[in-house]
Design a protein around this ligand. Sequence first.
Ligand SMILES: Nc1ncnc2c1ncn2[C@@H]1O[C@H](COP(=O)(O)OP(=O)(O)OP(=O)(O)O)[C@@H](O)[C@H]1O
Length: 265
Amino acid sequence: MSGGQYLIELSGVSKRFGGLDALSGIDLQVKSGEICSIIGPNGAGKTTLFNMISCLLPPSAGSLRFQGEDITGMPPHAMPRRGMARTFQNLAVFKHETVMSNILTGMHAQLNTGIFGAALFWGATRRAEIAAREAAEEIVEFLEIETIRDLPVGTLSYGLQKRVELGRALAMRPRLLLLDEMVSGMNQEETEDIARFILDIREERGITVMMIEHDMGIVMDISDHVAVLNFGRKIADGTPAEVSAHPAVVAAYLGLPEGAVGGQP
Ligand SMILES: Nc1ncnc2c1ncn2[C@@H]1O[C@H](COP(=O)(O)OP(=O)(O)OP(=O)(O)O)[C@@H](O)[C@H]1O
């Protein structure tokens, strides 16, 4: 099958750390416009999978394609310009800087491309600055954080700090947004806000979203596609309804051996 229809495509991706197979022969295809969740018990290999996709680490075997291009072994700094942005499990924000300046740092990846690059090329640095600021303002409005735009991020609640990190990733104008445990540590209301933002990010901006998530509520509510990892292997891949009914998934979450729940007759 041609890989053209997929935004991201992993073929036989494995990662070995010393004697440990953190990932083994992962095949995964994510279509443009999907919300795809990666789930699995602790240590299943989810973060390692994100590290492969964002080229933070090279795979031990297999290959990855992004927008049809082979990105296997590319340096991580090449990915934002290719249209990939990421948030991290541990908050990655500049706590002493304001909300606005955190979001503006996300523009750096774009500075030599698109409208900003064109403005810089013609020597119009000031115009580039204005364009960056306008784009950041638009993101601040989209994420409903106008009233806190000039506050240092460290003074905000955890949920709002995560929202700022999301804003900085959006400022990179990605085609693919990788969200690593976005709602962990958030209360119900903050989680619902994030779910709504993720849906809007896909609907209004056409951004494909991949998320690692332990919160099954948000996974089942907003994902089109769920891939389940366990001990470095993909044990299920399908719609939320398909994977949640899959015996291997039920067994993995209950800590039982594969085939222990509702095995095929
Ligand atoms: N840099 C590394 N060196 C050695 N082992 C590693 C490294 N990174 C991850 N591992 C191991 O690889 C396995 C998969 O880890 P990974 O962090 O990808 O799992 P995870 O599914 O993201 O877990 P969690 O849900 O707890 O975040 C684990 O056994 C982990 O200890």
